[in-house]
Design a protein around this ligand. Structure first.
Ligand code: TPP
Ligand code: MG
Length: 548
């Protein structure tokens, strides 16, 4: 006999699902049994949040939805933060949660909350399955919606009685490839005319520029037109940062060195900008002309209101735009001379032997041990700004950070996902001592899965970023410090390895040894965060106008 859960699992197999991240509850037991007989691997995590962060990262890195599973109420609600992470970050994901039976009410209201309603504002689509007959189409629709631009999370609730109910063998809906429309010729002409007029053009690569399928065509566009580019935090790496047209990353909204180029530009081509990110620059009256190139139209904001739009499949649309521009631009590289000055400022103090280490030194040393295709996954904290500004990427999606929900706790799970997908590449999670502890229980999952993964804990015994803001806003330094476990012993308790950086020159060898040793390894490094105010407030306040 086939039951609802068998049909669900068959529909997931039909979508090419390889693994499901889960903390199952009793309402999922039919689904679990159906998974038992399937090709899909079940990966149990130690918190639903981690399961969903991993599923979302799978979607982010592959372009196809990652899948996670939880029980009703308490488990489902633990998906909320990761649902928002995938929604703001445009990561395709399908979340499946259980529910008490809907046809009878044997346990009254025990554990029941309206999960579908709670998921509605956090997803592109949230639905309860109320009949086995609809499972094939609902699942197909869920994957289509999750994956379609702009990608994001979808939630399906499968009540236990529907999962258990006998189902007819209903045909599954086969997925087919979708080719997006390419930008309209009129839009391309209009944009090309504006770009050909520009005297000091600049390209900005935003979050959607990091879509996995776009890496090659984007680099090709930049190479063909020869216009210098900068990127947002989430657009980082979408074009080889080793390129001699890279001008920097906008980790702050204004007044950083890269803004010297932004402020001088008379036209900015924003490719894939998504205003979920902290503004990479602020539009105002009298600023540069802005052209938005994207899969979806720009959202108009107080700080972002493009003058023209090129909407459609970004890769082929850019190729058509390049055909209209290549060889015809009068001053494509007008802003390029600013590049060296910007970089000279960024490398300041990157090799200083101060202990605890400067954030610049940490970024510099991490870059040294990471091969070009190595993947760094950041949690959220002060060090994120330093990595966004100073870490140079040469391969797409090699610096994964969240500048959209900017939640703490996703650093380790996202790195675990990267490590599962790319076992042959070096993967490093960089976390604060605050963010790491929010999901540190997943060390057990990482050890159980036998992942090769290094976690760098940037230690200041505080919620450093908030402490920094507290200082800038001239509040008293109060209430934001905490103690930490002995991270070396903590790692050992999980069957992982741990080490401590105890000298300024100790970070590179500690990371090298950790990678060479294999398995899960925690490295803690103490950080000197006095640089936060010295550079990101005082120096930028004075020095940027002085850049020529
Ligand atoms: C889940 C969550 N809670 C709170 C915040 C607000 N927040 C942003 S950064 C930060 C401090 C991070 O501390 P830590 O991880 O130690 O990094 P540090 O800034 O000290 O380097 C906090 C509390 C957040 N972004 N996400
Ligand atoms: Mg900290």
């Amino acid at each position: 006999m086939m039951k609802g859960s068998d049909l669900l699992v068959a529909a997931l197999e039909n979508e090419g699902v390889e693994r499901i991240f889960a903390v199952p509850g009793e309402e999922n037991l039919d689904v679990l049994e159906s998974l038992h007989g399937s090709k899909i691997e079940l990966i149990v995590t130690r918190h639903e949040q981690a399961a969903a962060f991993m599923a979302a990262t799978y979607g982010r890195l592959t372009g196809t939805p990652g899948v996670c599973l939880s029980t009703l109420g308490p488990g489902a609600l633990n998906f909320s933060t990761a649902a928002a992470y995938a929604l703001l970050g445009a990561m395709p994901m399908v979340m499946i949660t259980g529910q008490k039976g809907v046809l009878t009410s044997k346990q009254a209201r025990f554990q029941i909350v309206d999960v579908v309603s709670s998921m509605t504002p956090l997803t592109k689509m949230a639905r309860q399955i109320i009949s086995t007959a609809t499972i094939p189409t609902i699942v197909r629709e869920a994957f289509r919606v999750a994956q379609q631009e702009r990608p994001g999370p979808v939630h399906l609730e499968l009540p236990e009685d529907i999962a258990h109910e006998e189902a007819l063998e209903i045909a599954l809906v086969p997925p087919h490839p979708i080719d997006f429309p390419v930008a309209h010729p009129a839009a391309l002409e209009r944009a090309a005319a504006m770009i050909l007029e520009a005297e000091r053009p600049l390209i900005m690569l935003g979050a959607a520029a990091s879509r996995p399928r776009l890496a090659d065509t984007l680099s090709e566009f930049v190479r063909r037109v020869g216009i210098p580019f900068f990127n947002t935090q989430m657009g980082k790496g979408s074009v080889a940062g080793g390129s001699n047209l890279y001008m920097g990353t906008a980790a702050l909204s204004e007044r950083d060195y890269v803004h010297k180029a932004v402020d001088r530009a008379d036209l900015i081509i924003c490719i894939g900008h998504d205003t979920v990110e902290k503004p990479p620059f602020i539009m105002g009256p009298g600023g540069p002309q802005v052209i938005h190139v994207g899969y979806v139209p720009a959202t108009v904001e107080e700080v972002y209101f493009p003058h023209a739009e090129v909407i459609g499949d970004v890769g082929p649309s850019l190729a058509l735009l390049a055909d209209r521009l290549a060889g015809k631009l009068k001053s494509a590289s007008a802003l390029l001379p600013l590049r060296e000055q910007i970089f000279a400022r960024l490398t300041d103090r990157a090799t200083e032997s101060r202990f605890p280490l400067t954030p610049q030194r940490i970024v510099h040393d991490v870059r040294k041990v990471m091969p070009e295709d190595g993947i760094v996954c950041l949690d959220n904290g002060m060090y994120k700004i330093w990595f966004a500004r100073n870490y140079r990427t040469r391969v797409a999606n090699t610096l994964l950070l969240d500048n959209a929900l900017a939640t703490m706790g996703a650093g380790l799970p996202s790195a675990m996902m990267a490590s599962i997908l790319y076992p042959e590449r070096r993967v490093l999670a960089v976390c604060g001592d605050g963010g790491f502890m929010m999901n540190s229980q997943e060390m057990e999952t990482a050890v159980r899965l036998g992942l090769d993964l290094v976690v760098l804990i940037v230690q200041d015994n505080a919620y450093g970023m908030i402490r920094w803001k507290q200082g800038i806003d001239e509040f008293a330094d109060w209430g934001l410090t905490f103690g930490n476990p002995d991270f070396v012993k903590y790692a050992a308790a999980y069957g992982a390895k741990g080490s401590r950086v105890e000298t300024a020159d100790g970070l590179v060898p500690a990371l090298e040894a950790a990678f060479k040793g294999g398995g899960l390894h925690l490295v803690t490094v103490p950080v000197d965060y006095t640089e936060n105010s010295r550079v990101l407030v005082e120096e930028l306040r004075q020095a940027v106008p002085a850049l020529v």
